[in-house]
Write a new protein. Structure first.
Length: 61
């Protein structure tokens, strides 16, 4: 967990936050591990919080 991130600070202890990595990032683990795992990963989530980037692009993916 990245406690220096405002989201993680605000929701620490209130939820189990999981990052969805759509593009390879050296700072985050690849999650889900493969594109084939994406539907199952999404189905496990209750809420999506998009904190930056292009929301329309994220929804299209």
């Amino acid at each position: 967990m990245e406690l220096d991130n405002p989201f993680y600070r605000a929701f620490s202890g209130r939820c189990i936050a999981t990052d969805l990595t759509l593009f390879h990032s050296g700072s985050l683990p690849r999650n889900p591990l493969t594109t084939a795992d994406l539907p199952a990963f999404i189905a496990e989530q209750d809420i999506f919080y998009i904190g930056g980037g292009n929301t329309a692009n994220a929804l299209a993916l």
